[in-house]
Design a protein. Structure first.
Length: 223
């Protein structure tokens, strides 16, 4: 669910920014609204949609908690025992969803502002998509070896933390200090990326034509 949320809603943010830019709506909006305010509103608006879906999942989870210890028949002859679901997992899910979404969505918005045509969006955001896929694959590996040293180390890399650390919390014992360290690291990185994305958005909203990553980095550094 985290993988789905980060990928789909991140792309919603990027596509929304590109559509506004390609239709020239953005040019009219920035006459009265600051670019960074526009970016924040875009992220929060789409994030609110994601949170609504999250609360639906939470409601479903709480409903399942009432059946804790009881077998639910999915297929004749197959029974699922809901004996390991803990309310704290739902809280961690919310924390990692919100922080992970803000981290990825800010960069999707910043990169989207540098794109002029909707058909170029997928190529431009491919590095972010690769990071999400890599985090998902690492989380799948952690299902089998959650205490492997390199899995533990990668779970504290901010781009991987939402999925990998969350998986480790459920699968094995992670100290409270370890959880707080991961969340603190994720918060700091998210704030840094939001600041960088704001600069990218401010530079890119009025730029048209193909912009390379080298040009993007140069323009951001100059601002």
């Amino acid at each position: 669910m985290l993988y789905f949320s980060l990928f789909v809603y991140g792309m919603y943010v990027a596509n929304g920014v590109v559509e506004e830019k390609s239709s020239r709506v953005m040019e009219m909006m920035i006459a009265t609204v600051k670019p960074t305010t526009m970016m924040t509103a875009k992220i929060l608006g789409i994030g609110a949609v994601g949170l609504t879906q999250y609360f639906i999942w939470i409601g479903t989870g709480l409903g399942l908690l009432t059946l804790k210890g009881k077998g639910i028949s999915l297929i004749p002859g197959m029974t699922l025992q809901l004996t390991t679901i803990e309310p704290l997992y739902l809280l961690y899910f919310g924390i990692f969803f919100i922080l992970g979404f803000l981290l990825y969505a800010s960069m999707y918005a910043g990169i989207g502002a540098m794109v002029s045509r909707p058909e170029d969006t997928n190529q431009a955001v491919s590095p972010m998509t690769f990071l999400i896929v890599a985090a998902f694959m690492l989380a799948m590996v952690s299902l089998y070896r959650p205490d492997n040293p390199w899995v533990v180390a990668l779970s504290y890399v901010p781009f991987f933390t939402p999925m990998v650390l969350f998986a480790r919390i459920i699968l094995t014992h992670v100290s409270t200090l370890g959880v707080l360290l991961g969340i603190f690291d994720l918060v700091l990185t998210t704030l840094l990326l939001i600041w960088i994305a704001g600069k990218m958005y401010r530079v890119g909203v009025l730029m048209y034509g193909k912009v390379s990553w080298r040009d993007m980095i140069r323009l951001v550094r100059e601002r």
